[in-house]
Design a protein around this ligand. Structure first.
Ligand code: GLU
Ligand code: ASP
Length: 497
């Protein structure tokens, strides 16, 4: 795209109207707010729904399998961003892709609201995986589209957007979680569907006036003959996959366990391919190659970080349900409410961190050092979970304070790593691949959860001390190594801080 057309897009968006930011930020903020509300609301219930006995309204899936499914699901949700990015880039443009994604997500939640057992679960997962892949990276891309490259409001725009994500994630467990756990799981999932519906309505009503041309164009459209080829391949691929499923599922060749292995392998192969293709591309120059090398340890660090952070809705959710004393001050807590702690701490602490980085100015830690703090605090969030079992064994219920502490630590890590992660990806990815930046960053989360699918099975109260100790310890150790190698990594970045 020429800079001329970029100007045209920026000029078409009313440049004020939402806290001194482009009016479109209002639309995107609330679309993403409701989408995350539905996603994190559903996730706050899903593990419990899966492993609760059928007689108590759940699906009666074995514990370890249920946890693996949580991780695989999370992985695929972020992996599918690659497809969503491609469709917006070459076929539909971001705005239309977001809309279609929202519709699929809403349908996914509606299906889970029906009492239709495991079949409904898998259909719903499929719809939400594809839907989120279409919606999430593209909403973020449109945010970026509304600001001119010189506009210094851009970072703060993304911070406001990030608040929207976390506000949705914060209130969802109190609404979706409470309805699901106090009344009925399906009613809870239905509430998630209503959330996504409200997001879609918001998007439709305000889109025209506030987004202008942002996200309406197809940046790199497929030529007519390419279209034919791509659709042909797509149809062929779909048929092959359906045939394979039709053969392997009923014959018992493709089990959940084997599917889990398959996704775990993809979680390693896809980023490896990304790096190889970018590194070997003739469009990547020497400086960019060096920066790519510097990006590899950061990507691995992000993976380890997300592996721990994403276990908040799996291992810590199980911990809240089975190991935690939920009656405090004469009140009974719902285990799903603990999922609000991460976003709550993000909302409370993000402004403090942002202020701290601004205040430190040039003296603030380099990107790789910030990543090493991320690893350190993520590790600490697991190490602290050793204490209750160590003090009192695993047969008594423990105070909720441990989970609060654990979520607090992981959020301190998240604030060191996540907000800088995407911008580091933008700066370190070769410019010929800039359209894939968002997918590449989400891939660090997808790969983390693909690996989690194998790890989370190993947790039981009996293995608790070892489980938290080893994973937490590895993260801290990697943090120390990253900290010590950060001058070297920075030198490979060739001028990028
Ligand atoms: N928790 C954030 C979200 O849902 C961040 C996910 C990520 O960057 O991987 O948007
Ligand atoms: N902090 C996560 C993300 O930024 C939300 C969550 O884990 O609930 O949005």
């Amino acid at each position: 795209m020429t800079s001329m057309s970029k100007d045209k897009i920026v000029n078409s968006v009313p440049q004020t109207g939402f806290f001194g930011h482009p009016k479109g930020l209002f639309t995107l903020f609330f679309t993403e707010f409701w989408e995350r509300f539905s996603y994190y609301g559903m996730r706050a219930l899903l593990l419990y729904f899966m492993y609760t006995e059928v007689s108590s309204g759940g699906l009666g899936i074995e514990d370890g399998t249920a946890k693996s499914i949580m991780a695989i699901y999370g992985s695929l949700v972020y992996m599918s961003g690659i497809i969503g990015g491609w469709i917006a880039d070459r076929l539909l443009g971001a705005q239309r892709t977001v809309f279609h994604g929202g519709v699929l997500i809403m349908l996914g939640h509606i299906i889970l609201a029906l009492p239709a057992g495991k079949t409904a679960l898998f259909i719903s997962m499929f719809l939400i995986v594809i839907g989120t892949g279409l919606l999430k990276p593209n909403v973020s891309n449109i945010v970026g589209d509304m600001y001119s490259p010189q506009d210094n409001r851009r970072d703060s725009g993304f911070s406001i957007f990030y608040m929207g994500i976390n506000m949705g994630a914060f209130i969802a467990p109190f609404i979706v979680g409470t309805i699901g756990q106090e009344y009925n799981y399906h009613l809870g999932f239905g509430t998630a569907a209503i959330g996504m519906f409200l997001g879609l309505v918001m998007f439709l009503i305000t889109q025209k006036k506030s987004l202008g041309l942002a996200g309406t164009y197809v940046p790199n459209p497929l030529a007519q003959d390419e279209k034919k080829k791509v659709f042909g391949r797509f149809a062929l691929g779909t048929v092959v996959i359906m045939l394979l499923a039709a053969i392997t599922v009923p014959t018992g060749i493709l089990t959940i366990n084997r599917f889990t292995y398959l996704v775990s392998i993809l979680g390693i192969v896809i980023p490896a391919l990304y790096f190889i293709v970018m590194y070997r591309s003739p469009k990547t120059n020497e400086d960019e190659k060096s920066r790519l090398l510097a990006y590899i340890p950061l990507f691995v660090a992000a993976m380890v970080f997300w592996a721990i952070a994403e276990q908040g809705s799996i291992i810590l959710a199980e911990y809240a349900d089975k190991r935690t004393d939920l009656s405090v001050f004469g009140m009974t807590l719902q285990s799903s409410w603990f999922q609000s702690l991460n976003p709550l701490f993000i909302i409370a602490l993000a402004p403090i961190f942002a202020g701290m980085w601004v205040k430190l100015g040039d003296r603030q830690p380099s990107t790789s050092k910030k990543f090493s703090y991320g690893l350190f605090f993520a590790g600490l969030s697991f190490v602290v979970m050793i204490i209750p079992a160590w003090l009192g064994g695993v047969d008594t219920l423990v105070s909720p304070i441990w989970l609060v502490l654990s979520f607090l630590f992981v959020v301190i890590g998240e604030l060191c790593l996540s907000p800088v992660g995407l911008s580091a990806t933008t700066k370190l990815a070769p410019s010929a691949f800039s359209a894939q930046t968002m997918s590449l960053w989400f891939m660090s989360n997808a790969s983390a959860q693909a690996i989690n699918a194998q790890i989370v099975k190993l947790y039981t109260p009996d293995t608790e001390i070892l489980y938290f100790g080893i994973i937490g310890g590895v993260s801290i150790l990697l943090g120390v190594i990253l900290y010590m190698s950060s001058p070297k990594i920075q030198s490979f970045m060739r001028g990028v801080k």
